[in-house]
Write a protein that binds this ligand. Structure first.
Ligand SMILES: *[C@@H]1O[C@H](CO)[C@@H](O)[C@H](O)[C@H]1NC(C)=O
Ligand SMILES: *[C@@H]1O[C@H](CO)[C@@H](O)[C@H](O)[C@H]1NC(C)=O
Ligand SMILES: *[C@@H]1O[C@H](CO)[C@@H](O)[C@H](O)[C@H]1NC(C)=O
Ligand SMILES: [Ca+2]
Length: 510
């Protein structure tokens, strides 16, 4: 009897050893995940790399469109968690304001238009993400586009919690000269940086990111915010990259090359993280700040609409999370709603903070992302800017004209050339052979209703069939409209600042 028990014990021991070894080899990351939680110890805060692409469209990455060459991004996305319903505002400044604050743009006062030559700024009354992370012991760096104001020095990155800033203040500029109009806009911390040597910005930003990583002390948690200039217009890329797409029209080929250059830069950043030993406790998030703009080469096929519209094509972002150790379900896709404002509390929670403002619009999605917990968001406000849109469950209500511009992929009435078509006559933008393509009319009624579960491409306005649902969503929309604050006051650059021909902060300090 005793012998049998011993034999059983040996068998169990051997078996569990085998399982452990198997785990170690094949489920290394799961083991790590559970070990940390079983140990009851709070894990060390992860290094957070937050990469934001500018105006990257839904069909501008290889996992949505096989014509695109984005092997580095695809590898990260497919081995991480793809967020299939991640929403952003329809253009730059509102999305970036939400990312930095955890609030919807209409509660910040940045819901309309974009910040132009620093004529408006993210109000100082908001706590911003880098400051919060810095307070938790993070080293904090921004490399790339700020676009949240500079009228006062206090509005600029190194006064808002970033240890360093390497990049530009405005919304767009030349990729080589780093000028917007006559104005040079490239900075290192609080100084103008004149040493860009006309280098292509994607690679300047890559080199700076790699330097930060190489110099970083791995025992300190790192927050690197990397908002690339790519792939916003103007359309510029070294010819090597556009040549990869010579079968496409010139605009699209250049744009696609810009995407591939960015993909290469992301690959280099990830290699640097590996080499520096930062990749085992790493949370990497990649997000586009709004949909693509066909006249600038970006496509959102098969989604309807483009940048600046409240259609899904303007607001449903390419987004994934990558981590070797922090995700219970890797190589998977989440269809839960995510909103740009959610990243603020989500990053803080991932960093171990218990102190998240419950009144904010962003919700903490960390358990949803890392542990596959039950969804925490059932409602999402697209934007409130006169026209407005809200999603509640599977229903989307659009108030007013969601935006109508050439290329928004409404049903095509007069298609010239050959192309793939959906059942009701939409075409894949790569296949448009002619600028003469005509597009349909916007919603004529005051409200449109779509069921995004059955109709993710927003082809069928069902507002007349479901007046009760329309009423319910109007109620929710008004709840949010009531919370809106006015657009922040304009503080345009003074003439003596404009004459400097250098984007220089501080005219409000005078
Ligand atoms: C992502 O969303 C689309 C709807 O736009 C859906 O068809 C697709 O199945 C989703 N992907 C996954 C992997 O669930
Ligand atoms: C960069 O150029 C600007 C404008 O020409 C000049 O005012 C500034 O002193 C230069 N800064 C550095 C750090 O060289
Ligand atoms: C919005 O505010 C108005 C005026 O204060 C009020 O009459 C209305 O009931 C509010 N609506 C909602 C949905 O909260
Ligand atoms: Ca943008």
């Amino acid at each position: 009897m005793k012998f049998k028990i011993q034999a059983l014990f040996v068998v169990i021991t051997v078996f569990s050893l085998i399982v452990t070894v198997a785990n170690l080899y094949s489920f290394n990351k799961q083991l790590h995940f559970f070990a940390l939680r079983l140990s009851g110890r709070s894990p060390p805060p992860p290094h957070i790399i937050f990469i934001v692409a500018d105006d990257l469209g839904w069909s501008d990455v290889s996992w949505h469109n096989p014509n695109m060459i984005t092997p580095n991004l695809e590898k990260l996305a497919r081995s991480g968690l793809i967020l299939n319903y991640s929403y952003v505002a329809p253009r730059c400044s509102p999305t970036r304001a939400s990312l930095m604050t955890g609030y919807y743009p209409h509660r910040i006062g940045l819901q309309y238009q974009v910040i132009n030559h620093g004529d408006r700024s993210l109000p100082l009354s908001f706590d911003v993400l880098p400051r919060k992370l810095k307070d938790m012991g993070y080293a904090t760096h921004i490399v790339g586009k700020w676009h949240l104001g500079l009228c006062s020095w206090k509005h600029t990155p190194t006064f808002r919690g970033f240890d360093s800033f390497f990049g530009y203040y405005s919304g767009r500029e030349d990729y080589y000269t780093h000028k917007i109009g006559n104005m040079y806009d490239f900075n290192f911390n609080t100084e103008v940086y004149n040493d860009t040597k006309q280098q292509y910005s994607t690679f300047l930003f890559r080199d700076r990111a790699v330097d930060i990583i190489k110099q970083h002390n791995p025992s300190v948690p790192l927050f690197l915010y990397l908002p690339f200039q790519a792939v916003h217009g103007t359309l510029q890329v070294p010819p090597k990259y556009s040549k990869m797409y010579s079968h496409l029209n010139r605009h699209r080929a250049t744009y696609s090359g810009m995407v591939t250059a960015m993909d290469e830069a992301v690959g280099d950043v990830v290699s640097a993280l590996e080499q520096r030993g930062l990749s085992d406790n790493l949370l990497l998030v990649f997000l586009s700040d709004n949909g693509g703009r066909p006249i600038k080469g970006g496509y959102n096929w098969p989604l309807r609409g483009i940048k600046n519209t409240l259609w899904e094509g303007g607001t449903r972002a390419v987004n994934f999370v990558y981590s070797k150790t922090l995700l219970k379900d890797s190589s998977s896709v989440s269809n839960h709603l995510m909103n740009a404002a959610d990243w603020f509390p989500t990053f803080l929670a991932a960093a171990g903070s218990k102190d998240v403002d419950l009144d904010m619009d962003g919700v903490n999605q960390w358990d949803v992302i890392s542990k596959g917990a039950q969804p925490v968001r059932s409602e999402h406000v697209y934007n409130i800017e006169g026209r407005a849109a809200i999603r509640v469950g599977e229903y989307k209500l659009i108030k007013g004209d969601p935006g109508f511009q050439l290329g928004e992929h409404q049903p095509v009435f007069n298609f010239i050339g050959k192309g793939r078509k959906t059942a009701n006559g939409w075409i894949a933008p790569e296949d448009i052979g002619s600028q003469k393509t005509k597009f349909g009319k916007p919603i004529a009624k005051k409200y449109g209703l779509f069921n995004l579960h059955d109709d993710p491409l927003e082809e069928h306005d069902i507002s007349e069939d479901f007046p009760d649902i329309v009423e319910k969503l109007i109620g929710r929309l008004h709840h949010h409209i009531n919370l809106s604050v006015p657009y922040v006051k304009s503080t345009p650059m003074t003439n003596d600042y404009s004459r400097l021909n250098v984007m220089t902060p501080g005219w409000c300090d005078k």
